[in-house]
Design a protein around this ligand. Sequence first.
Ligand SMILES: [Zn+2]
Ligand SMILES: [Zn+2]
Length: 401
Amino acid sequence: MTRSAAFYAQAQQLADQIVGWRRDIHMHPELGFQEQRTARLVADTLAEFGIEAQTGVGKTGVVGYLGEGRPVIGIRADMDALPIDEENDVPYRSQTPGVMHACGHDAHTAILLGVAKMLSEMPDRPPGQVRFLFQPSEENSDEDDKSGATRMIEDGALEGVDAVIALHVASDLPAGVITVEDGYSTANEDSFQVVLTGTGGHGAMPHQAIDPTFILAQVLNALQGIRSRRVDPTKAAALSIGEIHAGKASNVIPSQVYISGTMRSFDDGTRQQLRDELARTLMIARVLGGDFTLRIRPGYPSNFNDPGTAALMRASTVAMIGEDGVAVPEKMMGAEDFAFMTRKAPGAMFMLGAAVGDFSRPHHTPVFNIDESTLPLGAAVLADVTCQLLTDKANGKATKS
Ligand SMILES: [Zn+2]
Ligand SMILES: [Zn+2]
């Protein structure tokens, strides 16, 4: 039996346990940087496997250490839930009103515990260290605009790591299928807040006012031109306005307009260009006699999947369930803070198909759910790729991007 097949068989035997952990965590969801119970469950379970664990990493994260020396392979799972009231009528429904695992991070944590069990029981595990990175707060940043991955990195969790891998369940991808991009898989994300100022005045006497809603009309047009006229058409970019607020009465010209939006890109050059072009476009307000303030809040960077690591993930899946187990990914411009980790060490994240029947359970909604039967595949692929990376990195075989 090949190593891939052995992991797959072993993971199937662990299915009940993995699902049990997932449901336990699902019933007790915790928001970002509040993952106390989840962290305890993780640390206690790792201890059962004889894996030394450090708690309080990146505030509420847990790092497990299996083996020592180099190479070091990190495997990351996020643990946080979302401020959503669960509507699913299932026995393992969230017991905490207003909080729900609506992105599948409960599954990621359970899967990584399964990986830890398999690797800790493996008699011929390749030399080196496996580092289990149970990360808090992927969905949200703290008061200093830092999310869980950044906090973990600041606390040294990625120190000496030669490669880092992860998965994300996908409720819009059939169960029993994975996808993994070569190269960019998630986008740079920046949000922005703008205040356009004029003077306000009487609606009947617009000539005596500087009307910020008129300025807004010119600015909106020009903002849409950034994507179409300024950015290289071969580069991906998105700029969307999400909020516009102005005025209170039909006959009063307001003195201010507030707008906010989001900008997405893959490469860092385009990210900077969007920021610069946004600031330049807003100069229209000054030309028209008004003014503006701009605040750009940098979000997560884009994730770049190392093509060599992505190839290992595909090969491992094919070895377990055949060619049909790997689908072609569709590009999208979401954001994921795992990207901070792949900027510290090469790595990749694959999407684990987990659609329930009719694909009607989207992420971040009160009816989100996954097909749990696919969880063992996720654990088996992570364990298998980790072993391959331990061997490859020891042999100096670069999975270079
Ligand atoms: Zn999410
Ligand atoms: Zn997520």
